[in-house]
Write a protein that binds this ligand. Structure first.
Ligand SMILES: Cc1cc2nc3c(=O)[nH]c(=O)nc-3n(C[C@H](O)[C@H](O)[C@H](O)COP(=O)(O)O)c2cc1C
Length: 323
């Protein structure tokens, strides 16, 4: 899959996942076969302060290229300045967020709000495109809501994004007001690809297994698939998808011991980046997802999320994962 000057050897990548896709998650995703990863979204104004790019959620190591950075904002001028800063940093690719449904974001006329203001959205793209030399993507949902006006805005933004020369459209098949409810509508994503056959179109929504990746690529004729919630606590999804896409058999699921070893490594990576108390809390979010594979899921989850310090977390992993 081509994203401007960057070519991925498999047609999927790890999504921007605010509050999750820090360096630890990204490294594990890459080690398991993700060809591209994203950090969580960054506010344009913050990117203008170089210290922000050294924070654990955004700092980039040598082992995680190519990596994309995603920008959130509403002022075309600030977005262009931030994009320029980001393109001159360690990031290889930039994505503009016109998708986030969180009220604290939309109330400030950022993220998904921009689907109600196509003029401003298009102006942002127009200002950002010439400001950066790296590949530029736009991430958007299929409208703010299901109204006809909203659908028109969506198509207008897609069309102008193509005219302005973006290197890819990443489309989440839900409206902003749907948030994460009901199923993503991949038929709209597929229609975007038919309308703009020469533009790279990446679809997003409800991709939780390697089979989902293959099904979306074949049924909806998109160029690529975004792996989002499906990747949290499940980096094995990347190696499974890679195997199926390259015509190999799907590897067997990770054994309990392999899961435990990986969790231990994930925790160690987190401990290197955050103070211990913060690290222990932060790791809990991932444990909820890791434990989904556990035969005694509820008990293992409870033990891990109530572990109060580093030693307790380590012994809970050792106990529940037979290490
Ligand atoms: C916890 C969480 C954080 C997310 N953070 C971002 C983000 O920072 N930027 C973004 O474009 N999308 C973000 N998303 C949306 C995902 O990238 C993706 O488009 C969406 O979850 C649909 O895919 P899925 O149903 O396969 O999870 C986030 C989703 C979740 C659940």
């Amino acid at each position: 899959m081509k994203l401007g000057t960057i070519t991925l050897d498999v047609p999927f990548f790890q999504a921007a996942l605010s509050g999750y896709s820090d360096q630890a998650m990204r490294l594990l995703a890459m080690e398991h076969g993700a060809p591209l990863v994203f950090s969580g979204l960054m506010l344009d104004k913050s990117v203008l302060y170089p210290a922000v790019l050294r924070e654990p959620l955004y700092a980039v190591s040598d082992r995680e290229h190519p990596i994309g950075g995603q920008l959130l904002g509403s002022d075309p001028d600030t977005m262009a300045k931030a994009a320029k800063m980001l393109s001159e940093s360690d990031y290889d690719l930039i994505d503009l967020n016109f998708a986030c449904p969180a009220p604290k974001v939309t109330q400030k006329q950022r993220g998904g709000f921009l689907l109600t203001d196509p003029k401003r959205a298009i102006e942002i793209i127009r200002r950002v495109r010439p400001a950066v030399r790296c590949p530029l993507l736009v991430k958007l949902r299929i409208g703010y809501d299901r109204s006809e006006e909203s659908l028109e805005n969506f198509w207008r933004i897609c069309e102008q994004a193509v005219v302005e020369g973006v290197d890819g459209l990443v489309i989440h098949g839900r409206t902003v007001d749907q948030k994460y409810r009901s199923r993503a509508d991949w038929s709209v994503i597929s229609r975007v690809k038919s309308a703009f056959p020469r533009t790279t179109v990446v679809g997003s929504g409800d991709v939780f297994s390697a089979e989902d990746v293959v099904e979306r690529l074949t049924e909806y004729d998109v160029d690529g698939v975004l792996i989002a919630r499906g990747a949290i606590g499940n980096p094995w999804l990347f190696r499974e998808a890679r195997a199926l896409i390259t015509g190999r058999a799907k590897p067997p699921p990770p054994s309990l011991t392999e899961q435990g070893r990986l969790m231990m490594r994930h925790f160690d990576l987190i401990l290197k980046q955050y103070p211990t108390t913060k690290a222990t809390f932060f790791f809990r979010k991932f444990c909820v997802y890791y434990c989904r594979r556990h035969p005694q899921r509820k008990k293992a989850q409870m033990a891990l999320i109530t572990a109060a310090n580093v030693e307790d977390v380590r012994s809970a992993i050792e106990h529940w994962y037979n290490l």
